[in-house]
Ligand binder design. Structure first.
Ligand SMILES: [Cu+2]
Length: 328
């Protein structure tokens, strides 16, 4: 059964039906394409799947205060894409205190180790050992830098047993302010990337492996759990981030590439679907729903009510975008 209640859950605990639908939706993203063609500049025709790698490479928002909310936006947008295929799906997470071995099957995430993850991704074109042209592995390989093209490899080197990370979930969630929390959480995130290894182990290629979204949903969940420890302060855009002496006013920056300031379509011309938001936008400060979050607010705010609120918010954002379009 697909739950369809808008809640992100531990992916190890969802029904087989939902797991199958989840994989099917991600595979479908590689059949859906943005407008334009490969040889335009900036390149068009990129699949919804390969767009994730393109965005991540073009932006690389790491090692700083933007890391968590920027990846929240990326994950939320990815969830919208899979919901465009199957509206009942949510972006479930891998709890990194658990051994992910059961997830690495040909029906779900592909092989745990080796030079190729194989199915279900190989036949869906997520990589192609014979591809030519292909997407290179290094940022200096400019001859193979077109995001339209598939990479030739997709690999992992997952050891046995769960990862040993620098901080416990509890230490992250109990951090006294945003600065200390985000440093701990990003370090654990780095450790989790290294633990999976292979394509995910390299920040430049990490978003070619669908597993990265399960990892990042968990990062986002821990961020959300920290927020829920002090909802009055941490669900409030004006106070959630506190003070960061080294990076004053960082949260006033706009989220790229969706603000249209870079070279990533469809947010630049000719489509110009840009959405200008800074890090205090309610859609970023308000966490998605996770099974480990307790409802908060004046009186019991049910998951259903939260979902409706969020849909209303999405509508408002769509309207804003439409208006921004009119001004061009
Ligand atoms: Cu990451």
């Amino acid at each position: 059964m697909i739950r369809g209640d808008g809640i992100r859950r531990n992916v190890a605990e969802i029904d087989d039906d939902e797991r199958d639908a989840f994989v099917k939706a991600i595979k479908e993203l590689n059949k859906r394409h943005y407008p334009g063609s490969r040889d335009e500049f900036p390149p068009g025709g990129v699949s919804h799947w390969f767009k994730q790698d393109e965005i991540h490479q073009a932006t690389h928002v790491h090692q700083g205060p933007e890391f968590l909310p920027w990846h929240r936006e990326l994950c939320n947008r990815f969830e919208q894409l899979i919901r465009a295929v199957e509206p009942r799906l949510s972006l479930h997470y891998w709890d990194w205190n658990t051994d992910p071995a059961p997830l690495f099957t040909p029906e779900f995430m592909g092989a745990k180790t080796g030079e190729e993850v194989g199915e279900p991704w190989l036949s869906a074109g997520f990589y192609n050992p014979q591809a030519d042209p292909f997407r290179g592995e290094s940022s200096s390989d400019v001859a193979h830098g077109n995001p339209f093209d598939p990479p030739r490899t997709l690999k992992r080197e997952v050891p046995d047993g769960p990862p040993e990370l620098c901080f416990s979930d509890r230490e992250i969630i109990r951090s006294s302010n945003y600065l200390s929390m985000r440093i701990r959480l990003e370090r654990c995130h780095d450790g989790a990337h290294g633990y999976i290894g292979g394509t995910i182990g390299d920040a430049h290629t990490a978003f070619r492996d669908p597993f990265v979204f399960l990892l990042h949903a968990n990062v986002d969940r821990l961020f959300a759990m920290w927020q829920y420890e002090d909802p009055a302060t941490r669900l409030n855009p004006a106070t959630v981030y506190g003070e960061d002496p080294g990076e004053p006013l960082w949260y006033a920056r706009r989220l790229q590439p969706w603000d249209g300031s870079g070279r990533t379509r469809p947010w630049v011309r000719p489509e110009r679907e840009r959405q200008v938001k800074d890090y205090r936008h309610p859609s970023i400060v308000t966490p998605p729903q996770y099974d480990t979050l307790q409802p908060v607010g004046d009186g019991p705010l049910t998951a259903q009510q939260l979902n409706e609120l969020r849909h209303a918010l999405d509508g408002a954002i769509a309207l804003q975008t439409a208006l921004a379009h009119d001004h061009h």
